[in-house]
Design a protein around this ligand. Structure first.
Ligand code: A3P
Length: 325
């Protein structure tokens, strides 16, 4: 059955508009108004047709390079804090945060595999735009946490990620030929994976206005400014509020510390090795952790590039009630 389904998905994908990426080393396909890699698309179409959410599932949603790794680490540490309160033995010490939370469109493609008990680990993650989520996620009232980030920092993070993630895999030959100008072009015309970025953000923004109890909308910059506040907020939103006793013990502060960039990026597991080795999504673990600062775009973008992104942001967000600042 799986083979014939895969063939069906391949047929759908072959019929979609596509663009070359990295001088023909890969393609990006337009599906339901967003752009995806062929590998992700198969999983996406499959979960749209077959994934059945449970009401207690909690989705961590984001566009790439907006703080996904951090959000996964924080949410995982919050929901499992009673099981892993011994800091020396914490799963985050031995696994990249991405391996602690199943990735919907990759790990849950086969409905019979990777089943977990949502009472123990209710978290799932996805890069899917809100409008393309499997229907049962919204109809069953699953909670969602969305994180977004200033588009200029998101683009700059993506640029560095490409150059750090790809070496040592099938895209080795692409790395030398990567061009900042071309990548900016793709980011601005919306054809980087899961783009257009602005539409991705607006989809979840509108959903959070319509269903504030179901969608918690976060900004990376806010999380940087007061991480403890947002860890408490995340705990409450996910139905795992910190108790007075936990507050006395500084449980929220300890989670912030455990999930800090300094702590995570210093761990052996995050310094070496590869994530999803042997798949088209393979990347070096260390590429998920870089500087983690607000405003790093100033170190890379020319004033012209900055203006270009700002103009699109201004035009896309006009009238939405949302702003990145
Ligand atoms: P920079 O490239 O600007 O440093 P994602 O996880 O969605 O791929 O996003 C990656 C960005 O989040 C990178 O930004 C990375 O450094 C930052 N990041 C990763 N872990 C973090 C953490 N624990 N705290 C803060 N930022 C983190």
């Amino acid at each position: 059955i799986l083979t014939s389904l895969n063939m069906k998905y391949q047929e759908i994908i072959a019929s979609l508009p596509k663009k070359e990426r990295w001088s023909g080393a890969s393609y990006t396909y337009e599906y339901q108004g967003f752009w995806f890699s062929p590998f992700a698309l198969e999983g996406i179409i499959s979960v749209q047709q077959r994934f059945q959410a449970q009401p207690s599932d909690i989705l961590l949603c984001s566009a790439p390079k907006t703080g996904t790794t951090w959000l996964k680490a924080l949410a995982f540490a919050i929901v499992t804090r009673n099981r892993f309160d011994d800091d020396n033995n914490h799963p985050l010490f031995n696994a990249v945060p991405h391996d602690c939370v199943p990735f919907l469109e990759v790990d849950l493609v086969d409905p019979h595999e990777n089943k977990k008990d949502p009472e123990i680990m209710p978290l799932l993650s996805t890069h899917l735009p809100f409008s393309s989520l499997p229907k049962s996620i919204v109809s069953r009232g699953c909670k969602m946490v969305y994180i977004c980030r200033d588009p200029k920092d998101t683009f700059v993070s993506y640029w560095h990620y490409l150059r750090r993630a790809l070496p040592g895999g099938q895209y080795d030959h692409v790395v030398e030929r990567l061009s900042l100008e071309k990548e900016l072009e793709s980011f601005c015309d919306g054809s980087t994976y899961y783009g257009p970025y602005w539409d991705h953000v607006l989809g979840y923004w509108k959903a959070s206005i319509k269903r504030p109890d179901s969608v918690l909308f976060l900004k990376y910059e806010d999380l940087k400014r007061d991480t403890v506040f947002y860890v408490r907020k995340l705990g409450e939103f996910m139905g795992r509020a910190f108790t007075a006793e936990e507050e006395r013990r500084g449980a929220a502060e300890r989670i912030v510390e455990l999930c800090s960039l300094e702590k995570l990026s210093g761990l052996e597991v995050n310094k070496s090795g590869k994530h999803r080795q042997g798949t088209p999504m393979s990347s070096n673990n260390y590429s998920f952790f870089r500087r983690g600062i607000v405003g790093d775009w100033k170190n890379l973008l020319t004033p012209e590039m900055q203006r270009r992104i700002d103009e699109i942001t201004e035009q896309k967000l006009r009238g939405s009630g949302f702003s990145f600042s």
